[in-house]
Write a protein that binds this ligand. Structure first.
Ligand SMILES: [Zn+2]
Length: 192
C-alpha cells in the first residue's frame, strides 16, 4: 500500500487519497510498453506515441475531475479544513514519491484552499515538518520519527496502539484547532 494522504475536516473525518488513477495508469503503462517495442522511425511507432500522449491526458483529466468533486464536497460539508502539507519534493527520490504524485495532493489542496476562500471556510495548512506521526495522539508524548512502512505501533508511554494515519489525523486536527485559537502558533503556520 502506498502512502496515504488526507485532509482532516473540522468534525475529525479523514479523507484518504484515492486510487482513482489505477486504471488510467495501467492503460498508460501498457501504451508505454508498446511504444518501447516499436521500431524507431516507423509508422507504428508514431501511432504508439500518440496513444501514450492520449493516455497521459486521460490520467491528468481523471486526477483533476476527482480533485474538483472531492474538494467541492468537502468545502460544502465543513466549516474548517486542516490539511497536511506533504514534503513532496523531499520524497521525490524515494519509491513513495509515486503514490504522493498519484494522489495529486498539491492540486487537491490548492482547490480546497480556493474553494474555502470563496465560501468563507477556515483553511489551515499544517507545516510539513509538523511531527504528525511522532506524537502519540492519546497522551501527546513525542517518541520520534517512524519509517513510513510502520502503519501502527505501541506507545511506550501510555500503551495506546495508534494507527499511523488516524494518529496523524488527530494530531493535525489538534494543531489546526490550536492554530485557529492562536494566530502566532509555533509548530503550525497558516496558509500563505
Ligand atoms: Zn501515548
Amino acid at each position: 500500500m502506498g502512502l496515504t494522504t488526507f485532509a482532516v475536516l473540522s468534525d475529525g473525518k479523514v479523507v484518504e487519497s484515492p486510487r482513482f488513477l489505477r486504471r488510467a495508469e495501467r492503460t498508460l503503462r501498457k501504451a508505454q510498453q508498446t511504444l518501447s517495442r516499436k521500431e524507431k522511425g516507423s509508422r507504428n511507432r508514431a501511432k504508439a506515441r500518440l496513444r501514450v500522449a492520449k493516455a497521459h491526458a486521460r490520467v491528468a483529466d481523471s486526477r483533476r475531475n476527482f480533485a474538483h468533486q472531492q474538494s467541492t464536497a468537502i468545502i460544502r460539508d465543513s466549516q474548517a479544513v486542516f490539511v497536511e502539507d506533504l514534503a513532496v519534493s523531499g520524497l521525490a527520490r524515494t519509491r513513495l514519491a509515486k503514490s504522493v504524485h498519484d494522489a495529486g495532493w498539491s492540486m487537491f489542496t490548492r482547490m480546497l484552499e480556493e474553494k474555502a476562500a470563496r465560501y468563507g471556510r477556515t483553511f489551515v495548512k499544517i507545516d510539513r515538518w509538523f511531527p504528525s506521526s511522532q506524537t502519540c495522539s492519546a497522551c501527546r508524548v513525542v517518541d520520534g520519527p517512524k519509517p513510513l512502512s510502520i502503519r501502527e505501533w505501541t506507545c511506550a508511554a501510555c500503551g495506546a496502539v495508534p494507527d499511523r494515519d488516524l494518529n496523524a489525523a488527530k494530531n493535525i486536527l489538534a494543531a489546526g484547532r490550536a492554530e485557529r485559537r492562536n494566530a502566532c502558533g509555533g509548530t503550525v503556520s497558516p496558509a500563505a
